[in-house]
Write a protein that binds this ligand. Structure first.
Ligand code: SAM
Length: 276
């Protein structure tokens, strides 16, 4: 059993150490390509759940802070506490109402207080102990508030036609799992896990952005493969030429593959006195 499977740090270190180091040039651009692909979907969901004036929000693993800033600027929430293990990108563009906390969310008690909205996107999939973390995040939601989790869902299957894209993606998921412990296999269980954490009602939806040449999601995957290339090569599933071919394929009209999707699940903290 690997260290990650036991709940400890994976062999290659954690997110931001072996792979996706924030000090590596362009890591903020990679995160922003993901944000460009998904921010409108995320914001529509958060606003439909009620995020607006008077809400105190916690954005966990906030990255470059695009969602935190849009919550303040567009939705008009009262405040956002943006937490990340490295806040260098968050500090670049301060806005009123945005508070920063540099912390590892795996550390028990990394923050205190209760929030109307607790949001984590593309974070928990990279961390071990996801069930404990979901319970810990649920405890930070005020009565009547909502926990919103988004992570990737791999939509390839045994029947998926083999393309340069699917070959690269399979190597990427396997390589990230072996190096930093990334595991998306349990993401479809989110609604169940939110319910198990005492939230009710819960619901979820799925968004799959179109893989088109030059699109933010295509550029995101190409950049992600570049940064995880050593981990992908270590799987033995691909060589450098296969990764290069997959990057060219993504940027060509021959591309006919389905991107990984973003599952968003949400669950409400019952008002005090509600039987759950
Ligand atoms: C893929 S990025 C997603 C950023 C942002 N949530 C978004 O969707 O645009 C993952 C972020 O989680 C942060 N992160 C990873 N592990 C963390 C941890 N243990 N504690 C706090 N932040 C963490 C990373 O530093 C990075 O900024």
């Amino acid at each position: 059993m690997t260290a990650a499977a036991r709940g400890g740090a994976p062999e290659g270190g954690r997110y931001g150490e072996a792979v996706f180091r924030p000090e590596q040039a362009g890591e903020n651009d990679r995160i922003d390509f993901g944000a460009l692909a998904y921010d409108d979907i995320t914001m529509a969901r958060l606003r439909s759940l009620g995020a607006g004036p008077g809400w105190r929000c916690l954005d966990v693993g906030a990255g470059t802070g695009t969602v935190s800033r849009r919550l303040l600027g567009e939705a008009g929430v009262e405040s956002v506490l943006a937490v990340d293990r490295d806040v260098r990108f968050l500090g670049e563009r301060p806005v009123p109402g945005l508070e920063l906390l540099e912390a590892d969310i795996s550390t028990p008690g990394f923050t205190s207080g209760r929030f109307h909205l607790v949001h984590a996107r593309f974070v928990l999939m990279h961390l071990a102990e996801h069930e404990r973390l979901i319970t810990a995040l649920a405890e930070l939601v005020a009565p009547g508030g909502v926990l919103v989790l988004s992570d990737a869902v791999d939509l390839t299957s045994d029947r998926t036609p083999s393309t340069p894209y699917t070959t690269a993606m399979r190597a990427m998921w396997q390589g990230l799992r072996a190096s930093i412990g990334t595991d998306v296999s349990w993401v479809p269980s989110y609604p169940h896990l939110l319910r198990a954490a005492g939230l009710m009602p819960v619901a979820a939806d799925l968004h799959v952005p179109a893989l088109q040449p030059g699109s933010p999601i295509s550029r995101f995957w190409a950049d992600t493969w570049e940064r995880s290339r050593p981990a992908m090569l270590a799987t033995g599933r691909v060589d450098d030429a296969a990764i290069d071919e997959a990057v060219r394929y993504l940027d060509s009209d021959a591309c006919s593959s389905l991107s990984a999707g973003m599952l968003t699940a949400w669950g409400w903290q019952p008002e005090q006195g509600t039987v759950v």
